[in-house]
Design a protein around this ligand. Structure first.
Ligand code: DX5
Ligand code: ZN
Length: 220
């Protein structure tokens, strides 16, 4: 059985976009930096695109965990892998040929992540698990930070972890949305091992201390 790491990935959606380098340096104790790309089509919000991700890649001391909430993943996901981002996650709902997108991301040297919205069932994506390195189970509707964790996604996380263990697949399970001191333990217990937190980390008075607290609460 592969050992599954526990990773804390702060989301810079809650950072100060005029001071991204400073705010990325502030989370240097974390594991990866989570970068939310939104296009105002797949989700009703707009953030940053390729040129900004390229610069973040150049200045970040941490590897990049890019979360694409954009249409036409088939066209765009490979472009983000080409930035040198170490992980690129696309939404299965936005891809015409998800297996091909995942293979393309891997071919370009990044880890391939695939995200599912709360309404997407595990059964719909089960056959794609051998193609990916990480499954992102969204625990809010994608689009905005600061929303409440959806406990009804916990059974999906448990089912995914059981399926992966049974098939001996080395796939990380990421949770994103509403992760905080109050919710991270439940997500970890269900089987998640990669934890994205935006408002909980950037809203904390002591960012390194908050990262440490979340890490200790996430460890099984
Ligand atoms: C939301 C984004 C998240 C967001 C999470 O669609 O994908 O990464 O930053 O924010 P919090 O942790 O505040 O729920
Ligand atoms: Zn995200």
């Amino acid at each position: 059985m592969p050992t599954v790491p526990t990773l804390i990935n702060p989301s810079i959606l809650s950072a100060d976009f005029a001071n991204l380098e400073r705010d990325i340096t502030a989370i240097a104790d974390a594991d990866w930096v989570h970068v939310d790309v939104m296009d105002n089509h797949f989700v009703p919000n707009l953030t940053i695109g390729l040129p900004v991700v390229e610069r973040i890649r150049e200045v970040s001391p941490l590897p990049l965990d890019v979360h694409l909430m954009i249409e036409d993943a088939d066209r765009w996901a490979p472009r983000y892998a080409e930035t040198g981002a170490q992980s690129v996650t696309f939404h299965v709902e936005a891809a015409a040929d998800p297996a091909k997108v995942a293979r393309e991301i891997r071919r370009l040297g990044a880890r391939a992540g695939m995200a599912i919205k709360p309404a997407t069932r595990l059964e719909e994506v089960e056959h794609l698990l051998p193609e990916i390195d990480m499954l992102l189970v969204m625990t809010v509707e994608p689009g905005f930070g600061g929303q409440s964790f959806m406990d009804d996604q916990l059974p999906k996380i448990s089912a995914a972890r059981a399926l992966l263990s049974a098939s001996d697949l080395d796939v990380w399970i990421q949770v994103d949305g509403g992760i905080s001191r109050d919710t991270i333990g439940r997500a970890a217990e269900a089987g998640a091992n990669v934890f994205v937190a935006g408002s909980a980390i950037y809203g904390a008075p002591d960012i390194p201390a908050e990262i440490a607290t979340l890490r200790s609460l996430a460890r099984p």
